[in-house]
Design a protein around this ligand. Structure first.
Ligand code: XMP
Length: 151
């Protein structure tokens, strides 16, 4: 499966080291505050750019410090929609943490407060990121070979 990668960007050791650094930074920043972490399990952006929430109820966030965790900040449509939805419930603060951030112009106004790695405008897979439900279990993040991506 690793043969389907054009190249590896971050191997497992590099990712684990960076995750430890980010965890330490977040622990330090929220030392005296209780933190509620909301992990986005599936981006859920349709090709139209509309974000559909399949979860029936959002967690109770009023008055809490929220950290939204996602795999990648790409167009920003997903995280921006989630943030707007959470803001309605009046949390005390909202920050965003992503493993990867693409260096591109966003389609929606959102930036991340904690970023594992910045990458170029390439389609990446592995370490939880999938292409058509494949490659999610790769222990590294890499660029998928272009010929494997449906036109
Ligand atoms: P945006 O920021 O565009 O991201 O709303 C929505 C979701 O799309 C997925 N995504 C990717 N998945 N490689 C992937 O495997 C990529 O390069 C990529 N870019 C976006 C991801 O689930 C994200 O949460």
């Amino acid at each position: 499966m690793q043969d389907d990668l054009e190249r590896v960007l971050f191997d497992e050791g590099t990712i684990l080291t960076r995750l430890d650094e980010m965890a330490a930074q977040i622990s330090e920043d929220y030392r005296d505050r209780e933190l509620t972490v909301i992990a986005v399990l599936n981006g859920g952006t349709k090709t139209t750019g509309e974000v559909v929430f399949k979860q029936i109820a959002l967690p109770e966030v009023a008055g809490r410090h929220i950290l939204i965790l996602d795999d990648i900040l790409d167009s920003g449509l997903t995280l921006s929609a989630i943030r707007r939805k959470l803001e309605i419930a009046r949390p005390k603060s909202i920050k965003v943490c992503v493993l990867l951030k693409k260096r591109i112009e966003r389609l929606a106004p959102i930036e991340a407060d904690y970023v594992g790695f910045e990458i170029g405008n390439e389609f990446v897979v592995g370490y939880g990121l999938d292409y058509m439900e494949r490659y999610r279990n790769l222990p590294c993040v890499g660029v998928l070979r272009k010929e494997l991506i449906a036109a």
